[in-house]
Design a protein around this ligand. Sequence first.
Ligand SMILES: [Zn+2]
Length: 270
Amino acid sequence: MVIERTVAGVAAAGAVALLARRTGSLSTSGAVAATITGTVASAASWGWGALLIGYFVASSLLTRMGAAKKAARTGGVVEKGGARDAWQVAANGGLFALAALATVADLGGAWSLVGAAALASAAADTWSTEIGSWLGGTPRSIVTLRAVTPGTSGGITWWGSFGAALGAAFVAALAVATGTSSALAPSIIVGGVAGAFADSLLGAAVQARRRCPACGVGTERRVHDCGTATVPAGGISWMDNDAVNFAATGAGALVAIAVYLSSLRHAPQW
Ligand SMILES: [Zn+2]
C-alpha cells in the first residue's frame, strides 16, 4: 500500500536524516530535504527506499573517512564543506526523487532506470571526490589536462576515476539487491560513470569560478577562508556546484537509457 509505505518512509527517512544532522553530515535544511526525498522513495516502493538509504549511508561514511586529511588538501577551494544543505541534497537526489514520484504516479517503467542511474551518478561523483582526495595524486583538468589545485572542479585523478566506477557499481549492485532487474545493472554502471565525468566536464567548462582578491587564489566559495568576499573569475555565474551536480545526474540517466536501449534485442524489460 502506498499509504503504509509513505508513513513508514517519513519515519525511517526522518530518523536517518536526524541522525545525519547530529553527526554533521546534513544541515537542518538538508535533513528536511532528505526526509522528503526518502518519503517519496518509500512511496514508490520499499526497494526505492532501501536503495536511497544504502546510497546515503555509504556516501556519508565515505565522506567522514579521512576527513581531516582531505580538508587539508582541498579546504579553501571547494564550495561547501561539511554538512550538506537542502540545495546539495536536491542537486544529488532531486532527479531520483522525481523518478520516484513518476513511479508513484505510474508513468511507466523507464523511471526505475532513471532513478537508479541518477543515484549512481551522484554516488560516482561523491566517491570519486572522496577516494580521489583521500588517496591523492595530482588532479588534472579534464579539459586542458593541466595540473590543477586539489579540490578544483573539473580536476580528475586516476584514483578518483576508480572511485567513480566503484560508486556506480555499488549503486547498481544495491539497486539489483533491492528489486531492480539485473538486466539494467550494466546501464546503471555506465550511466553513473558517465554522469561523474559529465560533472567534471561541466565543472571545468561552465561552472562559475571565483577568486579571492586578497590572497589571489581561486575558490568556489563566496567568502574565502581569510574572510574576504570573493569576486567572479569566469564560467557562467549562476552555474554553481549544485546546478552542475543536478545536470550531471540528468546526463547519467540519459546515457543509461541510451546504453540500455542500444543493448536490446527484444522489448524493454523495465
Ligand atoms: Zn583569501
